[in-house]
Design a protein around this ligand. Structure first.
Ligand code: PHE
Length: 342
């Protein structure tokens, strides 16, 4: 029995020293020291021993148990320590390595110029108004004095969402916001309204079914055409510098009277004529005019007391002129090599 006990100790120690996992240690503890373990099963046979042998073997058995227990605990401590050491090693950070640079995005050129224009108008005391992109026929056409047979209502130009009695469509111009604002605000009114507009056009270098306009509207007592001119000249000088020259040409819009189109002297050739301005010397930027009395009256504003001016400028044109971009599509393709330049 003595040999059996010593053999158990020897085996247990051998297995322990080969053990590399904390989980496996528990199994060893059960195997050697558990209720059904090897040591216990030997101790159960103690009854067979003589009275002299019993205390000797008993003592030895206790020693073997204590030795195995101690070896188990030592191994447990060692395994825990090495597990922690390898965890620390795997989580260590080499602070001498170069850091990862954060790439910071940039504003799209359309947003940049729009923000500049917003700032300039806010500096002149204008508010920013918002209007729906999906609107009804009344706000986009009828209230703006566009008769039912006006070509702008043609399905060739307009995206209709519902073409029933109450026609719902994607706005073709931000002028619809003029109506929304005059329906809800009393003069004095001084707003600009930047936003997306939609026309059923095929995509090419100067056309896109989606583009951006910035509408302007001022209604007050005694507003004159010269106020319109002064405001637009101030805008363009701030955007393009004091040398820039504007040209006001008579034009027709159903919702302004008189109406005009405003051109800017070509950025590229300074008025001499080049491929950018198609030999015109000037580039068209916007439509404008004095708000038609019918439009004021339709929105409940007394046209014998109040007058106003309105304009609608094409944001893409402004951006293309500003940065000498010759193809509108570049603004929508989102090619980083292009966008990174701004
Ligand atoms: N809405 C017109 C267009 O899209 C521009 C415009 C706005 C003209 C305001 C006059 C007054 O062409």
């Amino acid at each position: 029995m003595k040999e059996q006990l010593l053999k158990i100790e020897e085996l247990a120690k051998a297995e322990l020293s080969a053990c590399t996992e904390i989980k496996a240690l528990d199994d060893l503890r059960i195997k050697y020291l558990g209720k059904k373990g090897e040591l216990t099963s030997i101790l159960k046979q103690m009854g067979k021993l003589s009275a002299e042998e019993r205390p000797v073997i008993g003592q030895l058995a206790n020693k073997v148990r204590a030795d195995i227990e101690e070896a188990l605990n030592e191994k447990l401590t060692a395994l825990k320590a090495s597990a922690q050491a390898s965890k620390i090693a795997s989580e260590s950070i080499d602070i001498t390595l170069p850091g990862k640079t954060q790439t910071i995005g940039k504003l799209h050129p359309l947003s940049k110029v729009e923000n500049e224009i917003r700032d300039i108008f806010m500096g002149m005391g204008f508010d920013i108004a918002d209007g729906p992109e999906v609107d009804d026929d009344y706000h986009v056409f009828e209230a703006l004095n566009l008769p039912p047979d006006h070509p702008a209502r043609d399905t060739q130009d307009t995206f209709y969402i519902k073409d029933t009695n109450e026609r719902i469509l994607l706005r073709t111009q931000t002028s619809s916001v003029q109506v929304h604002v005059m329906e809800t605000q009393k003069p004095p009114i001084r707003i600009i309204s930047p936003g997306r507009v939609y026309r059923s056009d095929a995509v090419d270098a100067t056309h896109s079914p989606l583009f951006h306009q910035i509408e302007g509207l001022v209604v007050d007592k005694g507003i004159k055409m010269s106020d319109l001119k002064g405001t637009l000249e101030m805008l363009m000088k701030k955007l393009y510098g004091n040398e820039c020259k504007l040209r006001f040409r008579p034009h027709h819009f159903p919702f302004t009277e008189p109406s005009c189109e405003v051109d800017i002297m070509c950025f590229n050739c300074g008025g001499k004529g080049c491929s950018m301005c198609k030999d015109e010397g000037y580039i068209e930027l916007l439509g404008a005019g004095m708000v038609h009395p019918k439009v004021l009256e339709g929105c409940g504003i007394d046209s014998s007391v109040y007058s106003g001016f309105a304009f609608g400028l094409g944001l893409e044109r402004m951006v293309m002129g500003r940065y000498s971009i010759n193809d509108l599509r570049l603004l929508y393709e989102n090619d980083v090599r292009f966008l990174e330049q701004f």
